[in-house]
Write a protein that binds this ligand. Structure first.
Ligand code: AMP
Length: 273
């Protein structure tokens, strides 16, 4: 696996691999089995797979965890290599931000759910991804449903800016107890890890209610809140696949999304059904 630290090295790598199908997996590092599944999917689908590891400052708000975000380059290189990546791109901030020019995420999608408490977050996401897409020019890019709102906004970004890139959604990878894998889980202590499973249990409860014929969003949300108790809930939302709020679940057209605090750590999870 090639280790690429600057844009010139990426360009040289791309010249050597001209004409090949390129898959791209953008990450912020601290790679876990969730990231690994995206890389493996890219390796299956493409002749060349490039993983980026970049903790993007513009998607963190003041007071968020930019400084303490977990970083472990040696580990990330090992995981990407073992998953079969052809190259890993590890740029620094000054290379990716020669100026503060930015892209604005679609306002309706970016101001709800995560965007309601994290204004500007998705502008940072769209800005960094547009840069990576222009540098790497992949045929396909891989995104986890773990960050469903991000996935939907990225689909909108490539459509709106005419990037000729297929966005490939990937299923959420979970620990044995159901907790969705996340780099932020490393902030949780032992008892918080147990509490964190309530997010998944609330989604399982919702699924059981739907299976038993309950489709009302209000009823489902109220039952989910009971399962999440006493966690501080940021939101429980039931939406269609374009993230419009809906009153009734429609099978194969709905997404249930949660954001909740476990101690000081804000976690998100969701279920497509
Ligand atoms: P991050 O490093 O958190 O920015 O995530 C990079 C990519 O990995 C994003 O597309 C995430 O949605 C995806 N990802 C993170 N956690 C998981 C997971 N548990 N299962 C599947 N994909 C994930």
């Amino acid at each position: 696996m090639q280790i690429l630290r600057n844009i010139a090295e990426v360009k040289d790598f791309l010249i050597l691999n001209q004409g090949k199908e390129i898959g791209f997996v953008p990450t912020m590092g601290a790679l876990h089995a969730g990231h690994e599944s995206l890389i493996k999917k890219s390796v299956q689908d493409n002749e060349v797979s490039i993983v980026s590891v970049f903790v993007n400052p513009t998607q963190f708000l003041a007071g968020e965890d930019l400084e303490k975000y977990p970083r472990d380059e040696a580990h990330d290189i090992e995981v990407a290599k073992a998953a079969g990546a052809t190259a890993i791109f590890l740029p620094d901030v000054s290379q990716m931000y020669p100026s503060d020019i930015s892209i604005k995420a679609p306002s309706a999608l970016a101001s709800i759910l995560e965007g309601a408490t994290r204004p500007g977050h998705f502008d940072g996401v769209c800005t960094i991804l547009a840069k990576f897409f222009n540098i790497i020019r992949p045929m396909r890019a891989y995104f986890g449903k773990k960050d469903t709102q991000q996935l939907i906004i990225v689909q909108n970004l490539v459509k709106s800016l005419f990037f000729d890139i297929e966005i490939v959604p990937c299923d959420i990878i979970r620990a044995g107890d159901g907790l969705a894998l996340s780099s932020r889980n490393s902030y949780l202590d032992e008892s918080e890890l147990i509490e964190a499973c309530k997010l998944y249990r609330a989604l399982v409860k919702a699924k059981a209610l739907v299976s038993a014929g309950t489709f009302s969003s209000d009823v489902i949300k109220a039952e989910m809140a009971k399962v999440l108790n006493p966690l501080k809930i940021d939101y429980i939302e039931i939406c269609d696949r374009e993230l419009n709020s809906i009153n009734q679940i429609q099978i194969d057209k709905s997404i249930i999304l949660i954001a909740a605090y476990v101690g000081k750590t804000r976690l998100i999870d969701n279920l497509w059904l």
